[in-house]
Each structure stands twice: as structure tokens, then as C-alpha cells.
Design a protein around this ligand. Structure first.
Ligand code: HEM
Length: 332
């Protein structure tokens, strides 16, 4: 059939219109899908290990920028933040734990045990930088960021490798756990069992977790206790267990809460809950093992931190645990 020039132009015009409409529908569809994925947090599972390694590197870099804080590092307080975010877990009800990052809100931020932790939260804030336009990693949840902060701090302070699995979501203040779920340092081993069994830890794991007190110090203006546990508070080591086994500890004479002072190492301290580990006949053998063998401690410390940091987190199926390359040389 003969087709006139004007019929031909009309048909091409209609074709172009059809293609343009299809393209517009596809674009709108794509946009709507992307919004849904974003709204339901599904995009997070798309993030790669390399992207999380960049966040790790950012935290490590920031740790290396300021040696004037405390004993030369923000590392210890980052570890304490990750532990206090996770250590509220209750296995019976499935509540608490690191999912949610609810310590951003009262009442949890005001719980006595969390005194001073705003320093760690503020230290990590610019990494996510929700309120900073040029922030590099706004996509990471606070809940993942705080745990990654703990992982990076342990590794950068020459501790063991601690695997990390992403997938924690941020939740609102209605998910804050009740006060009283974290341990009271004035108590003994039965109290430690009461608190840590609730999370699902046994005696050996309580002793291994307590080795975190090789790091950092107590601050009189936070919980009342004062002083460091070891001579090297900015490095992970088994020195805490050595001090517990070799040193003579006597009650410190002062106005503050009951704590212990080393007879030789006058400047070092122990909390009642620290000494409970050597006074308890089931826990003491683990203190001695870790004092004798630092690599055993590193091995068990890594496993128990991994368990602590994952308590109660509803990870998406198919997500993996990753290990990040430290920016500093490690002992193991
Ligand atoms: C066993 C029961 C525990 C008790 C009673 C306890 C108690 C305390 C207290 C009173 C402080 C001093 C806080 C301050 O004044 O700034 C502290 C600091 C610290 N805790 Fe624990 N803790 C326990 C377990 C743990 C665990 C399981 C971890 C980590 C896995 C941990 C990591 C730390 C760190 C790294 C610091 C030093 C923080 C800094 O230097 O700012 N603690 N802890």
C-alpha cells in the first residue's frame, strides 16, 4: 500500500510518543521502587564490604587524630559504648541489645551506668553526620556505627580481629530498655551471673568479656570510681588478668565508692566486680588461663565480643560476617 509522506511522519511521531511514555513510566516506576526500598531499609543490604571498610577506616583515622584525650585514645570509650548498647539484651523477652541504638534518647541516655557515653556518641557523630551536609556515610545506621566503632577500636588498639555483620536498624525511644540491665560494679560474682546469664553468657564468657578492662579507666565524675586497671590502657592485652593474679589488692582509703588499690602498683585499681573473678572458684581458673596465655585470651575475647555485639539483632538472611583490615599492625 502506498504511504504518503504526512502519514509516515504521523506514525513516527506516534512511535516516538509511545517510546517516550514508556520511558517516563519506567522512570517513575524506578523512582517509586527506590523510595520503597529506601523506606523499608532494604537498600542497606546492598552495601558492600568495601563500603563498610571505608567507614571503618574513617573511624580508625579519627582515632589516630587526637592523642590528648584521656590516656591517648578514644578507643576505650568506643568499646564501652558498643558494650553498653549491646549489654541490655534480655534473652527471655528478646528486648534490648545493639539493634535500635536507643541510647540516643532518654531515658536510656540518662541511665546512671551510661554516664559519660555522650563523649563516644559525639565522637562518632560526624562519621554518619545526619546533620552535616558533607557527611560521608549518612547511610549507615547509628546501631551499626556504634558496633563498628567498638570493632575498629579493639582492632586499632592492637586487639584481636572481631568479625562484624551489618544489619542493625535504628529505633525510637519506645524501644529503650528499662534501667538496671547493666552490671553494678559494687557487687560480687552472683550479681555478675545474674546479669550476664540473662544475656546468655556463662562463667568463662564473663571472665573473657571482663578482659576489656585492660582498656581505659574509671572517671570519678562519671560513676564515682577512679583510675586505670593496667599500665597500658590504650592497648588490648592480658595485663588485666596478670594484675588480678599477681598483685595484692587492698581497699582504697578515700571518700569515693569501695574500690581496690594495688599494693605495688599504687596507681592501678580494681572494682569489686573485677576482684570477684578471682574470688569465685569457678571463674578464677579462667583468669589464670588468660593471665598465662594471651593468645587464648585474644581468641576467646574475639568470640565473646562477636556474640555480645550480635545479641538480639534480626539480621537479614544472606548477610555475612566480614572482617576488616586494620590500619595498624595487630598482635594476632
Ligand atoms: C563485668 C561487669 C562490668 C562492670 C561492673 C563494669 C564497670 C565499669 C565501670 C564502673 C567503668 C568506669 C566508667 C567511667 O568511669 O568512665 C567501666 C569502664 C569500662 N568498661 Fe566496664 N564494666 C563491666 C564489664 C565490661 C565489659 C563486658 C566491657 C566490654 C566488653 C567493658 C568495657 C569497659 C571499658 C573499655 C571501660 C573504659 C572506658 C573509658 O576509659 O572511658 N566493661 N566499666
Amino acid at each position: 500500500m502506498f504511504v504518503t509522506q504526512s502519514q509516515y511522519s504521523l506514525s513516527s511521531f506516534l512511535d516516538v510518543l509511545l517510546y517516550a511514555s514508556a520511558a517516563a513510566v519506567a522512570a517513575v516506576g524506578y523512582y517509586l521502587c527506590a523510595q520503597c526500598w529506601r523506606a523499608f531499609g532494604l537498600r542497606k543490604s546492598k552495601r558492600t564490604k568495601e563500603e563498610y571498610q571505608k567507614v571503618y577506616n574513617e573511624i580508625a583515622g579519627r582515632l589516630g587524630e587526637d592523642y590528648n584525650y584521656d590516656d591517648g585514645s578514644y578507643g576505650p570509650i568506643l568499646v564501652r559504648l558498643a558494650w553498653h548498647a549491646s549489654g541490655t539484651y534480655d534473652k527471655e523477652t528478646g528486648t534490648g541489645g545493639s539493634n535500635g541504638a536507643t541510647m540516643r534518647f532518654g531515658p536510656e541516655s540518662g541511665h546512671g551506668a551510661n554516664a559519660g557515653l555522650e563523649i563516644a556518641r559525639n565522637f562518632l557523630e560526624p562519621v554518619k553526620g545526619k546533620h552535616i551536609p558533607e557527611a560521608k556515610f549518612p547511610w549507615i545506621t547509628y546501631a551499626d556505627l556504634w558496633i563498628l566503632g567498638g570493632v575498629a577500636a579493639i582492632q586499632e588498639m592492637e586487639g584481636p580481629t572481631v568479625p562484624f555483620r551489618p544489619g542493625r536498624q535504628d529505633r525510637d525511644s519506645t524501644f529503650c530498655p528499662p534501667d538496671g540491665r547493666l552490671p553494678d560494679a559494687s557487687e560480687g560474682s552472683q550479681h555478675l551471673r545474674h546479669i550476664f546469664n540473662r544475656m546468655g553468657f556463662n562463667d568463662q564468657e564473663i571472665v573473657a568479656l571482663s578482659g576489656a578492662h585492660s582498656l581505659g579507666r574509671c572517671h570519678a565524675d562519671r560513676l564515682g570510681f577512679e583510675g586505670p586497671w593496667t599500665y597500658t590502657p590504650a592497648y588490648v592485652s592480658n595485663q588485666y588478668y596478670n594484675m588480678l593474679t599477681v598483685e595484692m589488692w587492698k581497699v582504697r582509703k578515700w571518700d569515693g565508692p569501695r574500690q581496690f588499690q594495688g599494693s605495688t602498683s599504687q596507681t592501678l585499681m580494681m572494682l569489686p566486680t573485677d576482684l570477684a573473678l578471682v574470688e569465685d572458684e569457678n571463674m578464677r581458673p579462667w583468669v589464670e588461663k588468660y593471665a598465662d596465655d594471651e593468645s587464648l585470651f585474644f581468641h576467646d575475647f574475639s568470640n565473646v565480643l562477636l556474640k555480645l555485639f550480635e545479641l538480639g539483632v534480626p539480621f537479614e538472611e544472606g548477610t555475612e560476617r566480614w572482617t576488616f583490615t586494620p590500619t595498624k599492625v595487630q598482635k594476632s
